[in-house]
Design a protein around this ligand. Structure first.
Ligand SMILES: [Zn+2]
Length: 318
C-alpha cells in the first residue's frame, strides 16, 4: 500500500517524498482552497490521517497539526501521513464558533457529507472521499471552542462493528489523554470514518482561544505515541498511561436566549442534581437551572455570558 503514490486531488507524493500544498475544489460553485501535507514514508506501513480546525477556533488542535506537518520527515517513516491543519478555512478567517460561516452549520454534524448539499455538507463530502477514506487510522483534533472551558479528553466512536470499535478504543488509550468518552452520535468525522471501517478518535485539548504549549503537546505527544504504537516511527510501544472511560457523556443545552452564569469549572467533580449554572433573562430572573444529570466530571462548560437557545451549556462525563 505504501508504495503506491499518495494522492489527494492535484497533489501527490511518491514513497520517500514530503509535500506541502493547497488543493482546490468547488464548494457551492466557489473554489475552496485547503492547505495540507502529504508525508509519504520511505518504508511500508499504514496510512494515518490527521485533521485539525474542523472547528476553526480550537487553536491547540490546529497548532498541533501544523507542528506535526512541519516536523515529520518521510525518511525512516513507515507508512503515510496526511495532515490537514485547518479544515474549516472560512471559519478560521472569521474566528467563528461551532460553525462554518458559509452555511451556519456545524461541520462536525454533517459527515460523511453530501455533494449536492450546503457548503459544510459539500466540504465534508469532499474531505471524506478524498482524504479520510484513505486512512487506516484517523485522528480528528479538537478542543474547547472560543467560549468553552474544557479539560482534555478523547472521544472514541462506537459503531457496532466490534473490530473497528476495539481498535478505536485501543488508539484512544494509546493517545495518552486520561479521560476517554464513547460516542454513538452520527454526523461526526469519526462516526463517518468508523462506519467506513476506519478506527477513529477525536481528541480534545485547549479552549477559549488559548493554545498553551501543554495543550498543544496533549495532541502532539498523543500523535507521537500513536505513531510509535503503530510502528510508523521508532521508539517502540509507548509507556501505558492511566485512563478512565467515562461511559456517559451528558450534555445540557440552553432552552432560552439569555445570560449564562456557570457555577463550576471544567474538571470539577459534581454530583447528580447539583446546580452547575443558570440562564437568566434581561432582568436577571432565572429562566433555567442547569442541574448535573449524574455524578461525574465536568468535561467542558461554556464561559460566555451571552447564550443562545439550544447552545450547549456544559457536558458531564460519568
Ligand atoms: Zn470541536
Amino acid at each position: 500500500m505504501s508504495n503506491q503514490t499518495l494522492q489527494v486531488a492535484q497533489l501527490s507524493a511518491a514513497a520517500g517524498e514530503k509535500l506541502f500544498g493547497t488543493v482546490e475544489f468547488p464548494v457551492q460553485g466557489q473554489p475552496y482552497r485547503l492547505p495540507l501535507w502529504l508525508i509519504h514514508g520511505d518504508q511500508p506501513g499504514p496510512t494515518l490521517v490527521v485533521t485539525g480546525g474542523v472547528h476553526a477556533a480550537e487553536y491547540a488542535s490546529i497548532a498541533a497539526a501544523l507542528e506535526l506537518g512541519q516536523s515529520l520527515a518521510p525518511t525512516g517513516l513507515h507508512g503515510r501521513v496526511i495532515v490537514v491543519p485547518v479544515v474549516n478555512i472560512p471559519g478560521f478567517a472569521a474566528r467563528s464558533i461551532y460553525v462554518c460561516p458559509l452555511d451556519g452549520k456545524n461541520p462536525n454534524r454533517v459527515f460523511p457529507g453530501d455533494p449536492t448539499g450546503t457548503a459544510s455538507e459539500q466540504l465534508a463530502d469532499w474531505l471524506f472521499r478524498n482524504v479520510i477514506s484513505l486512512a487506516d487510522y484517523y485522528v480528528d483534533m479538537h478542543g474547547g471552542d472560543l467560549i468553552e472551558e474544557l479539560i482534555p479528553f478523547t472521544i472514541f466512536f462506537r459503531s457496532g462493528n466490534e473490530q473497528v470499535d476495539a481498535k478505536s478504543l485501543e488508539i484512544a488509550k494509546v493517545f495518552g489523554i486520561p479521560y476517554l468518552v464513547p460516542s454513538v452520535n452520527p454526523g461526526s468525522t469519526i462516526a463517518a470514518a468508523s462506519a467506513a471501517g476506519i478506527p477513529a478518535i477525536l481528541t480534545e485539548s485547549g479552549a477559549q482561544g488559548i493554545w498553551t504549549a501543554d495543550q498543544v503537546a496533549d495532541h502532539t505527544n498523543g500523535l507521537q505515541r500513536l505513531m510509535q504504537h503503530l510502528n510508523m516511527i521508532p521508539g517502540g510501544s509507548p509507556e501505558p498511561t492511566q485512563s478512565t472511560v467515562l461511559e456517559h457523556f451528558h450534555w445540557l443545552r440552553s432552552d432560552h436566549e439569555g445570560f449564562w452564569y456557570p457555577q463550576v469549572a471544567a474538571g470539577d467533580t459534581v454530583h447528580a442534581g447539583q446546580v452547575l449554572g443558570c440562564v437568566k433573562d434581561w432582568e436577571g430572573n432565572i429562566l433555567q437551572t442547569g442541574h448535573s444529570p449524574d455524578h461525574g466530571t465536568v468535561l467542558f462548560i461554556v464561559s460566555s455570558l451571552a447564550i443562545h437557545q439550544n447552545d450547549p451549556l456544559f457536558a458531564v462525563g460519568a
